[in-house]
Design a binder for this molecule. Structure first.
Ligand code: TXA
Ligand code: MG
Length: 321
């Protein structure tokens, strides 16, 4: 077997270059990218072949690093002190100066953080000195991998660099708890850290809803941080536009047709060369940029319905409703 230190050194270099790396954690293997880079994160969505941008978990070495990205309260401090490093993911509001990729949290104001309890994952986080956005290292709709060989099955031999480790000790994905709303603690995904363990530490009740109930919007928990309520611009958004009306800012893709050029309109081009990975990387930051511009409305050019274009279209059509 190849020497672990050299595998980690290679992984560190790849992460720093914005490339993906699969690595073991105590739960399942993760497919990691530099969480500070929208384009590195876009590569992950592309590899996973997801038709939507689901928010990803950002892995950090410890609570101290987490606190530099999110707003937190005593509850978060207590859970981190008790369960980190370990299989608990905590969702908290991004700090105003949070440098983590907007694409990593799918444009949401809340971000999911976890410090993994695994020697290799911890070494990788410390030696790369980067936060790592990592979903489970499987293609969309498939089972999470708990052995290096599973990751090879998912992406094919040589497609992704894998740090080989022992089989994952826990074997199921981390428990996800949403603390983004004051006074509410909601389990979004069940895992090995169960409700009673969380309640014991918090000394207060924890809600546990399955994702369907959550998506359907139980009144009790309706809140701005709801999992499936995506970031939407304040302004009206018109999609698949082929012309540009007065008062519209343009979200462009590829070459801008003459009919869509207006001198007084703010423009952001997702990818002048028509590259879908680049467009995905720019999507949330450009939507926000145009939302802040002086134009009262936004028109978006057509994006091809293929590859990452599916997720981009999914996102834009939700935002346009
Ligand atoms: O054990 C794990 O958590 C593994 C290892 C690699 O750490 N990771 C993992 O990531 O399972 P992923 O992307 O497959 O699952 C992330 C879960 C999804 O259910 C997602 O919807 C939820 O976390 N999530 C992430 N960010 C969120 C946010 N800002 N708001 C609500 N839910 C979020
Ligand atoms: Mg997964």
């Amino acid at each position: 077997m190849i020497n672990k230190t050299s595998q980690i050194e290679t992984a560190v270099r790849l992460l720093q270059e914005g490339l993906p790396v699969a690595f073991p954690t105590e739960t399942v293997y993760g497919l990691g990218a530099n969480a500070l880079s929208d384009s590195a994160v876009a590569n992950i969505y592309k590899l996973k072949n997801r038709p939507q941008f689901n928010p990803l978990i950002t892995h950090v070495a410890d609570a101290k690093q987490a606190f530099s990205y999110v707003e937190y309260d005593e509850r978060a401090e207590k859970l981190m002190a008790r369960f980190w490093p370990g299989p608990l993911t905590i969702i908290l509001p991004r700090r105003f100066d949070c440098r983590l990729s907007l694409l990593a949290s799918a444009g949401l104001d809340n971000i999911a953080l976890r410090a993994p309890d695994h020697k290799i994952a911890q070494r990788l986080l410390k030696e790369a000195a980067l936060p790592i956005a990592a979903p489970s290292a499987n293609r969309s709709g498939r089972i999470s991998p708990t052995k290096a060989a599973h990751v090879v099955d998912e992406f094919g031999e040589g497609a992704v660099f894998i740090i080989e480790g022992d089989d994952c000790r826990v074997g199921i994905e981390s428990t996800v708890i949403d603390l983004s709303t004051a006074g509410k603690a909601i389990i979004l995904r069940h895992g090995s850290i169960v409700k009673s363990m969380l309640e014991d530490v918090l000394n207060s009740p924890v809600l546990a809803l399955n994702e369907t109930e959550y998506a359907e919007g139980n009144e009790q928990i309706k809140s701005p941080g709801m999992m499936l309520s995506h970031y939407a611009p304040q302004k009206d958004l018109r999609i698949n536009a082929v012309d540009l009306h007065a008062g519209e800012a343009l979200l462009a893709f590829g070459e801008i047709p003459v009919a869509m050029r207006r001198e007084d309109s703010p423009v952001a081009n997702l990818s002048p060369s028509g590259d879908l990975t680049e467009a995905a990387a720019n999507l949330f930051s450009m939507l926000r940029e145009l939302d802040k511009s002086n134009a009262p409305r936004i028109a978006a050019m057509k994006i091809p319905l293929q590859g990452l274009g599916l997720a981009i279209n999914d996102r834009l059509s939700r935002a346009a409703r």
